[in-house]
Design a protein around this ligand. Structure first.
Ligand SMILES: [Zn+2]
Length: 171
């Protein structure tokens, strides 16, 4: 590729012009943050009155942003703890009310990413057992609620993990 240096840069210029007009002159959806995410794609967060999302608002200090995201992370963590405690209690109740019923897999402290699939499989087996009359519908309902609670916690853990990564990676 030794040919036409100038053509090359001309092309590059054209490409820049068509893909990205001057910075700040991007077609703006006023409900969206006008900044770009790290990838270069437009930030998809909702905009505040400033036209930026909280994270990208240049008027908000980095210190304030750090503090806010630390608060968000902490409250999410607290919610996770509460949900986990509630799940443990729910699990104990089901185990006591229906001894011998096969409980869904317990959640460890380490997020188990395969659990949504495990949960679905568990529910499928449950439906078969109910249909076969091998399990009381009330027990099945309690077990299904248990799976639902577990799934909720898996979701929360994913959120928490995502938040940690976003913070670790910086803005
Ligand atoms: Zn933004």
């Amino acid at each position: 590729m030794s040919s036409q240096e100038s053509d090359h840069s001309e092309l590059a210029k054209l490409r820049r012009a068509s893909v990205a007009p001057a910075a700040g002159a991007l077609p703006v959806d006023p409900s969206r943050c006008r900044s770009a995410a790290k990838s270069g794609a437009p930030c998809r967060a909702g905009a505040t009155a400033s036209g930026y999302c909280f994270r990208h608002d240049p008027a908000i200090s980095a210190e304030t942003k750090r503090a806010a995201s630390a608060r968000g992370q902490k409250s999410l963590q607290q919610r996770l703890e509460r949900e986990k405690a509630a799940l443990a209690q729910q699990r104990a109740q089901v185990a006591a009310a229906a001894p011998g019923a096969l409980l869904p897999p317990a959640l460890g402290d380490v997020p188990d990413w395969s659990t949504p699939t495990k949960g679905r499989l568990f529910l499928q087996e449950l439906a078969v057992k109910v249909a076969a009359g091998r399990i009381a519908p009330s027990t099945a309902k309690a077990l299904k609620d248990l799976v639902d609670s577990s799934m909720k916690i898996v979701d929360l853990e994913l959120d928490a993990e995502l938040m940690r990564r976003l913070q670790g990676g910086g803005a």
